[in-house]
Design a protein around this ligand. Structure first.
Ligand SMILES: Cc1cc2nc3c(=O)[nH]c(=O)nc-3n(C[C@H](O)[C@H](O)[C@H](O)COP(=O)(O)OP(=O)(O)OC[C@H]3O[C@@H](n4cnc5c(N)ncnc54)[C@H](O)[C@@H]3O)c2cc1C
Length: 305
């Protein structure tokens, strides 16, 4: 019941998992695992863990019903090396505890992110925040890489020149670009880590942070495999349907809706004799054309849109 040792997590402690060209993620430490989630959930009746199947079923139930606090009992500490532009997106996740290398204290190393040719693509036509799925041709990609590399080199030379002039490190660093690598310790509980992973594994998130999220999902699996499986089943691979979309699903599957609590109370209060079933459109969808397109894309892709 005391300290949870998870052999799969022990095996990867301190191991560097490479991300991007020079980055990495390393699991520094962990507190708890699947066992801790079930111990915490069962504390109210003084019971501990049961068989693996029963524990996994309980974890699945807790996750499905958003009983989140047992997941907060599990904590992971990561050491991450990442470019500053990725760090700026990452730091928006406020529920983590962070300690970053200090550019006021240390002279920053000349380590810059260089995107691979296949990651260099034009601005997307349909997603204002993203890039096209089709990368530039090899010649254009190589020209872009040259511009980026030249930019980092010149910036770093200027930075060093300012340091050599005796300018304080905290102000010299403003000459450095967003592609510079930084490092931090990042500690978060499992509930909030799942939220981070949900947002940053999504196709709408920037490709570079998605690469970190993919590695972190696997590290999380080593610490809490049953919880990670439930998270994948219900959160990553599941989608939410709005009320009108549910109506559309029922219409297509010819399934009648059970009256909801609200409909029940309305039925009691109402003098009308029309049941919810009779008010349901028999043939036509009541989603607009655009809503219908989105609904069908959701069904096709399994993505939250
Ligand atoms: C694809 C994508 C695009 C984005 N684009 C932009 C953009 O253009 N501009 C921009 O500024 N941001 C952008 N963001 C950042 C986004 O708006 C969120 O700030 C970020 O995803 C962190 O989410 P969060 O607040 O849920 O996470 P966390 O900060 O980790 O919080 C987790 C949850 O804890 C609760 N919480 C945490 N802190 C508080 C608090 N102080 N008060 C109340 N509740 C709290 C909330 O319920 C929150 O959902 C983008 C994010 C994504 C994934």
């Amino acid at each position: 019941m005391a300290h949870c040792i998870v052999p799969e997590a022990e095996a990867i402690l301190d191991k560097e998992f490479k991300v991007l060209d020079r980055g990495f993620v390393r699991l520094v430490d962990y507190l708890g695992g699947d066992q801790r989630i079930v111990q915490a959930a069962r504390v109210s009746y003084g019971e501990g863990t049961k068989s693996y199947r029963e524990d996994a079923a309980l974890i699945d139930y807790l996750l499905r019903h958003e009983h989140t606090s047992p997941f907060e009992q599990v904590v992971l500490t990561f050491h991450v090396k990442l470019p500053i532009f990725v760090a700026r997106q990452w730091i928006r996740h406020r529920t983590a505890r962070v300690n970053e290398i200090s550019g006021r204290y240390s002279v920053m190393r000349d380590e810059f992110f260089m995107p691979a040719p296949e990651a260099l693509a034009p601005q997307s036509d349909d997603n204002k925040q993203g890039r096209s799925a089709i990368p530039f041709d090899a010649d254009t990609a190589s020209r872009i890489q040259k511009i980026l590399s030249e930019g980092s080199r010149v910036s770093y030379e200027h930075y060093k020149e300012l340091i050599d002039l005796g300018l304080a490190r905290e102000i010299s660093r403003i000459a450095l670009p967003l592609s510079l690598y930084t490092e931090w310790y990042w500690q978060i509980d499992l509930h909030n880590l799942f939220r981070f992973l949900m947002l940053r594994l999504d196709m709408h998130a920037q490709r570079e942070i998605r690469e970190y999220a993919r590695v972190m999902l696997e590290i999380t699996r080593a610490v809490a495999p049953a919880a990670t499986t439930s998270f994948e089943r219900h959160t990553l691979q599941g989608v939410r349907f709005s009320g009108p979309e549910m109506e559309e699903l029922r219409r297509r599957l010819a399934v009648d809706a059970e009256p909801t609590a609200t409909q029940d109370s309305l039925a009691v209060a109402s003098t009308s004799s029309v049941s919810p079933k009779e008010t349901k459109p028999a043939v036509l969808s009541h989603l607009s054309k655009k809503e219908l397109e989105r609904f069908e894309e959701k069904l096709r892709t399994g993505r939250q849109l």
